[in-house]
Ligand binder design. Structure first.
Ligand code: UN1
Length: 511
């Protein structure tokens, strides 16, 4: 494949608002998208203004009235075709994800695959928007639940998964009968434009009303708090940091709107003395350094049994050593670790290393920036392994970079308590071949996270499960299982076919 931006419909300067097929002449300032790979400018985006937002909102409101009456399986058919369109562009979109965000090409492809998978999932789900039927306590009455569309769904996505998060949210929202306003990270606007261009032909072919799939690119200073406060949007889904999520949740909560929050993680792997260490190490390395530590599911803490602690440490250092020459251009096929997103991410990485040292942590590997011919920007770093204690402030925080903290434990109860003793609660796992330990970890007294695995890592969840976590992770669930329900409103219906009035709870009220 020869990659060219124009094959994805991206020009040198691109408007930042689309209502599906149409693109608006936007009037805001310009954002230049720089590649973290080599710091070159890829292309520009002309940002939206509030007037542009109002235009888009008008189209979205109009479109909703039409889209909500399209039968759900027919909406599913459109989603099926979107999946087909993504299949055709998988390589090119995966390449752009890698170029604009910095994850390796293989992971860029994986991300597009997640979008395709959620399309397939949503097609089936479009025929399964089922409610329960209940038995009424009154004779000749029928009770049941129905799920109806909600309306406009605001989807705020982060730079680290610049296309898939839109997929998980918008494909479910679309089959639910909602319309979508996507506000992507200003760090990865071109990926969003490319997605919108890829789906346009499908929308045209199926006469999808203009305004069902909207995209708006602008700075949060233009559209941020006011987006959250907009009463025309019943549901806002946020994937990003806990700080941003709390702020938005506060504003949306204040107007009693709904949110789906998928925020920070501080994910631990428990390595038991009963673990298969070869398999464990393989998973731990991918979880810790994959995507250069920029997944919300990245492995941040290794809670290791004291009897295997030194062995794990030595083997992990050796594994990091062996891949240290595989850091570089994420588009080269031998590369395993690309750059961090930008200067801010590098600064946060270095700051965490400095702070954890001050707190008493020992850096046993890496923790530095990389300079030299091989590294075409200042964003390349050597992943770090740090011996630390769970209560350190640095360890309690999520640093979105490849730093893994080694923590020792002696009993399984202690390991579980260390796992849970952080503000966040996204992903967790235990490596063990001892059934009792595994079951304890999964029990109500075990991991308090939204995701808890046995003998597989913290990252790389499949789309079929509900994705999200507890505590500072926000409690929301996106993607599979019954996450679709969050995109719909539930209505309880009771029908009386008795020909008589009958009050519930046996109350008589005769007159
Ligand atoms: C994220 O980093 O925001 O489980 C999402 C995973 C991916 C999703 C990560 N399926 O690692």
């Amino acid at each position: 494949m020869k990659f060219e931006l124009k094959n994805l419909g991206i020009g040198p300067v691109n408007p930042g608002v689309s209502t599906g097929i149409a693109w608006l002449e936007t009037h805001g300032d310009e954002t230049i998208s720089y590649s973290p790979v080599d710091a070159t400018a890829i292309a520009k985006v002309k940002n939206a203004t509030l007037d542009d937002y109002e235009h888009l909102m008008f189209k979205a409101q109009e479109a909703y009235l039409k889209w909500r009456i399209v039968p759900a399986p027919k909406r599913g058919e459109v989603v099926r075709q979107i999946g087909e369109a993504l299949r055709k562009k998988k390589e090119e979109l995966g390449y752009l994800v890698s170029l604009e965000m910095g994850k390796i090409y293989e992971e860029g492809l994986g991300e597009v695959q997640e979008m395709i998978d959620i399309c397939d999932f949503s097609v089936g789900q479009s025929r399964l928007l089922n409610g329960a039927t209940m038995h009424s306590e009154r004779p000749f009455h029928r009770m049941y639940d129905q799920y109806h569309p909600l309306g406009i769904v605001g989807i705020i996505t982060s730079y680290n998964f610049p296309v898939a998060v839109w997929g998980w949210n918008s494909m479910l929202a679309a089959i639910a009968g909602d319309v979508i306003i996507w506000k992507p990270s200003s760090k990865t606007p071109l990926c969003a434009i490319a997605v919108q261009k890829i789906i346009a032909e499908t929308l045209r072919r199926n006469n999808v009303p203009e305004g069902v799939f909207n995209l708006i690119i602008t700075k949060s200073s233009v559209l941020g708090d006011n987006f959250a406060a907009d009463k025309r949007i019943p549901l806002i889904s946020v994937t990003g940091s806990t700080k941003v999520g709390k702020k938005i949740a506060g504003i949306v909560g204040n107007r009693l709107g709904k949110t789906i929050l998928e925020l920070g993680g501080n994910n631990a792997v428990i390595i038991s003395q009963h673990a298969n260490l070869d398999m464990t190490l393989q998973s731990v390395v991918f979880g810790s350094v994959g995507t250069c530590g920029q997944r919300c599911t990245s492995t941040r803490r290794l809670i290791v049994h004291e009897s295997v602690f030194e062995t794990v440490k030595e083997r992990l250092v050796a594994a990091y050593q062996s891949i240290s020459d595989r850091i570089g251009n994420p588009l080269d096929k031998d590369t395993l670790i690309g750059p961090l997103m930008d200067g801010t991410a590098v600064k946060n990485f270095l700051h965490a290393i400095e702070e954890v040292r001050k707190e008493g942590g020992t850096v046993v590997f890496g923790g530095t920036t990389l300079r030299g011919e091989k590294y075409h920007s200042d964003n390349y770093v050597m992943p770090a392994i740090v011996e630390a204690e769970n209560h350190y402030k640095t360890v309690q925080e999520e640093t979105f970079a490849p730093i893994v903290y080694l923590i020792k434990y002696s009993t399984i109860e202690e390991a579980i308590s260390l796992n849970n003793n952080v503000p966040q609660g996204l992903s967790s796992c235990i490596f063990t071949e001892d059934l009792i330990e595994a079951e304890k970890f999964l029990s109500e007294t075990g991991s308090d996270c939204g995701i808890a695995n046995v003998n597989l890592g913290t990252s790389g969840a499949e789309i079929g499960g509900a994705f999200g976590g507890e505590k500072d992770t926000g409690g929301g669930r996106e993607s599979g299982s019954d996450a679709w329900k969050a995109y719909m409103r539930r209505q309880t219906n009771t029908l009386n076919f008795s020909g008589q009035t009958a009050l519930a709870q046996g109350i008589t009220f005769d007159f």
